[in-house]
Design a protein around this ligand. Structure first.
Ligand code: BES
Ligand code: ZN
Length: 629
C-alpha cells in the first residue's frame, strides 16, 4: 500500500509541476495513512472491535455506560492510545491484557478544540490489548438529537437518533474517529420500557432477558457508520432481505414507498457485485432528521420528506443503497477524499436510476444534479470548487456542498465516456472488490485508475485533464454534461407562459413529476412578476403542497420575489422540517433583505430547539452570511 501511495503522490507531483498551478499539498495525497480531522495515533495503534454497553436516559438527555475497545499495535512499542472525544464526561479508564483482569489506567484529556473536541490519551502498559472507558454523553452532544414526544408523529414517546458522519461519533463514543480505522462492534442498549432500539448491525426483534437490546456487527466499519436510534418503532418486511422501521402511524406508507428496495439491490448487484452486508433495512426518522439519508450499514436512516405516496423520491434509497459499495465497502481514507464516497455513489445512483426507471429518468435527475452543482458553486469560495479539498478543511460540515457529489459524478461519467461503459464498469467493480472493507484515498484511486485503465488504453485521457478535475476550480470544459428532453420541454413551456404565449391553465403541469416541477420553479428567470407567480399558485396550490421538495422550490421562489403572503407557510415549513438541504435555501433567501433577515432571525429563535445540532450550526452560518454550499 505504501509503495502505491508514494507512486501516486509522485505521479501527481510531477504532473502538476508541469502545469502552472502549485502542487497539491502532500497530506491531501497521502491521506491514506495519516488521520485527518482526528487526534487518533493510527500509526501506533488501531481499534479492531468496540463493545458498547449504554443506557439511554431521556430525562437527562444522556447515554451512559461503557465502551470497550480492542486494540492492535501497529507499532509494537506503542505505549499509549489517543482517542477522539467531544463533550464526553469520562468517569473511569481501565486497560486489560485478556478482557478478564482490568487495571485502572493513567489518562489525560487534552485541550478542547471547538471543532475536533479533545484528545483522550490513555497509557497502555506492555501487553495491554483492551481499553475500557466508563463515560456519559452531555445533552449538547453534536452527534445526538433528542426529540420530545411532540416532535414525533405519535406525540406520545420521545425519540433519539445519532448522526455520526463526519466527525460526530466522538460525541457519543470515545474512539479513533477517523475513516482509516475499521472495527466490528457489539452493543447492549438499555431503553425505557415500550421503546425499541435499532442500530447499524445485526438485530433481534426483542430485547434480551435483562431487557436490553443487543446488537452485533460482524463486518468491520469506520466509526462514522456506527448508528443508533430509539423510539416507538415498528417493523414491516418488504422482501427477503429488506424492510422498514418507522413510527407505527407511518409504517404502511413507508413500506409502500420503499417496496422496490429488493429489486434495487438486485440491479446494483448485477452490475457491481454482491451485496455483502446481509440485510438492507430503512429507518424512517422524524422530520427533524438533518439529512435526506444516511447510509448506516444494514440500516439506512431516511427523512420522512421522501414519503410522498408516489415513490417518486426513491432515488434517495438508490443513493444510500449504492453506498453499500462506495463508502461502506470502500471507504474514503479521509474527509478530504469525501468525493470518493459521495461522487462515486452519486454516479452509481444515476446508473441505478437508468436501470430502475429508464435513461430518461436518470437524465432528469442528472440535469437537476448539475443545477445543484451550479447553485453550490455560486455559494462557495472558488477553492472549494475542486474535487480534492484544498486546503484540507478543519470542519467537514462547514464545507459540505454538492461539489463532491455532482462534480464527482461528472468526473466518472467523463471517464465512462472515454473508456466505454464495459471497460469502466469492470474497472469500478474491480475497485470495489480489490479494496473491499478497506479505506482508500484519492491517491490510491488515481493510481488504480492509471494501472487498470489509463495504461491499458493509452491516449484516451491526459494527466492534465485528471488534474483539472481534481485541482482546478472551474468545471473542465471537456466535461460531458447531461441533457434531458423532458426538462428541456419544461423550459419551453415556462418560456411560452412567461412570454404570454400560454396561460397557467395551459401548462401541462398535471402530468409533471416533482422533478419537472422542480426544474420549472428553480430555473425561473428573475424577470417573472409577483402577479405571474400568484396566478401560478392560484392555479396549482403550490403554497399548500405537501411535497416537501416542491414546497421548498416554490417557497424559495416566492420569497425571492418578495411575496410576504407565503410567510405563514414558510414558518410552518421551517418549524417542522429539519432537513438542511430544504431549509437552508429558505433561510438564505430570507437573509437577502433587512426585513427578511429580521424575520429569519425571529423564526430561527423559535425553530432552533427543533433542529439537530448540525442543522443549527448550518443555519447559523447562513444567518451570519458565511459562504457555504
Ligand atoms: N452520507 C451522506 C450524508 C452525510 C454527508 C452526512 C456528510 C454527514 C456528512 C448521504 O449519503 C447523502 O449523501 N445524503 C443526501 C441524499 C442523497 C440523495 C444525495 C442528503 O442527505 O441530502
Ligand atoms: Zn451519500
Amino acid at each position: 500500500m505504501t509503495h502505491r501511495l508514494v507512486a501516486a503522490a509522485l505521479t501527481m507531483l510531477i504532473s502538476s509541476a508541469a502545469s502552472a498551478d502549485p502542487p497539491p499539498p502532500l497530506d491531501a495525497i497521502t491521506a491514506a495513512n495519516v488521520a485527518v480531522n482526528s487526534y487518533a495515533n493510527v500509526q501506533q495503534v488501531r481499534t479492531t472491535h468496540i463493545a458498547l454497553d449504554l443506557a439511554v436516559d431521556f430525562a437527562k438527555k444522556t447515554l451512559s455506560g461503557s465502551a470497550e475497545l480492542q486494540l492492535e499495535r501497529v507499532d509494537p512499542g506503542a505505549a499509549e492510545v489517543v482517542l477522539d472525544t467531544s463533550a464526553l464526561d469520562i468517569a473511569k479508564v481501565e486497560t486489560s491484557a485478556d478482557g478478564e483482569v482490568w487495571l485502572s489506567a493513567k489518562y489525560t484529556l487534552g485541550a478542547v478544540d471547538e471543532v475536533l473536541g479533545a484528545p483522550l490519551t490513555v497509557a497502555l502498559p506492555p501487553g495491554a490489548t483492551r481499553v475500557r472507558l466508563s463515560y456519559a454523553t452531555r445533552p449538547e452532544a453534536s452527534g445526538l438529537q433528542w426529540l420530545t414526544p411532540s416532535q414525533t408523529l405519535g406525540r406520545k414517546h420521545p425519540f433519539l437518533f445519532t448522526q455520526s458522519e463526519s466527525i460526530h461519533a466522538r460525541s457519543w463514543i470515545p474512539l479513533q474517529d477517523t475513516p482509516l480505522v475499521r472495527a466490528t462492534y457489539d452493543a447492549r442498549i438499555r431503553v425505557p420500557k415500550g421503546l425499541r432500539a435499532v442500530m447499524s448491525a445485526e438485530m433481534h426483534d426483542r430485547p434480551d432477558a435483562t431487557g436490553a437490546w443487543t446488537f452485533h456487527m460482524p463486518q468491520a466499519i469506520p466509526g462514522y457508520l456506527i448508528a443508533l436510534a430509539v423510539g416507538d418503532l415498528g417493523f414491516r418486511s418488504t422482501g427477503p432481505r429488506t424492510g422498514v422501521y418507522a413510527e407505527p402511524a407511518l409504517l404502511a406508507k413507508a413500506a409502500y414507498e420503499f417496496g422496490e428496495t429488493e429489486r434495487t439491490l438486485q440491479l446494483m448487484e448485477s452490475a457491481f457485485g454482491p451485496y455483502r452486508w446481509g440485510r438492507y433495512d430503512i429507518l424512517v426518522l422524524p422530520p427533524s432528521f438533518p439529512f435526506g439519508g444516511m447510509e448506516n450499514p444494514r440500516l439506512t436512516f431516511a427523512t420522512p420528506t421522501v414519503i410522498t405516496g408516489d415513490r417518486m423520491l426513491v432515488s434517495l434509497v438508490s443513493h444510500e443503497l449504492a453506498h453499500s459499495w462506495s463508502g461502506n465497502l470502500v471507504t474514503n481514507a479521509s474527509w478530504n477524499d469525501f468525493w470518493l464516497n459521495e461522487g462515486v455513489t452519486e454516479y452509481l445512483t444515476y446508473r441505478l436510476l437508468d436501470m430502475q426507471f429508464g435513461q430518461a429518468r436518470g437524465d432528469m435527475e442528472r440535469v437537476l444534479g448539475l443545477a445543484d452543482l451550479k447553485d453550490s458553486m455560486a455559494h462557495l469560495d472558488r477553492v472549494d470548487w475542486s474535487l480534492l479539498r484544498q486546503p484540507p478543511a478543519k470542519d467537514p460540515d462547514a464545507v459540505y456542498s454538492s461539489v463532491p457529489y455532482e462534480r464527482g459524478a461528472l468526473f466518472l461519467t467523463w471517464l465512462e465516456t472515454r473508456f466505454g461503459r464495459e471497460a469502466f464498469d469492470a474497472f469500478l467493480r474491480g475497485w470495489f472488490d480489490d479494496h473491499a472493507f478497506r479505506s482508500a484515498g484519492t491517491g490510491e484511486f488515481l493510481a488504480y485508475l492509471q494501472d487498470k485503465l489509463l495504461s491499458r488504453q493509452p491516449g484516451k485521457v491526459t494527466q492534465a485533464q485528471i488534474d483539472a478535475w481534481m485541482h482546478q476550480p472551474e468545471l473542465p470544459d471537456f466535461a460531458v454534461l447531461p441533457h434531458s428532453d423532458a426538462l428541456a420541454e419544461v423550459d419551453r413551456q415556462r418560456a411560452a407562459w412567461l412570454e404570454g404565449r400560454s396561460t397557467p391553465d395551459a401548462l401541462p403541469a398535471a402530468q409533471w413529476s416533482v422533478h419537472e416541477w422542480q426544474r420549472f420553479l428553480d430555473e425561473m428567470p428573475d424577470g417573472v412578476t409577483l402577479d405571474q407567480l400568484r396566478a401560478l399558485d392560484a392555479r396549482y396550490h403550490l403554497t399548500a403542497s405537501h411535497n416537501a421538495i416542491l414546497a421548498c422550490s416554490w417557497l424559495r421562489l416566492a420569497l425571492a420575489h418578495g411575496d410576504t403572503a407565503v410567510y405563514p407557510a414558510v414558518e410552518r415549513y421551517l418549524k417542522t422540517v429539519g432537513r438542511m438541504r430544504l431549509i437552508k435555501p429558505l433561510y438564505r433567501e430570507l437573509v437577502k433583505t433587512p426585513q427578511g433577515k429580521a424575520y429569519a432571525e425571529r423564526l430561527y429563535a423559535q425553530a432552533k430547539s427543533g433542529y439537530h445540532p448540525i442543522a443549527q450550526q448550518a443555519v447559523e452560518r447562513v444567518l451570519k452570511g458565511e459562504s457555504g454550499g
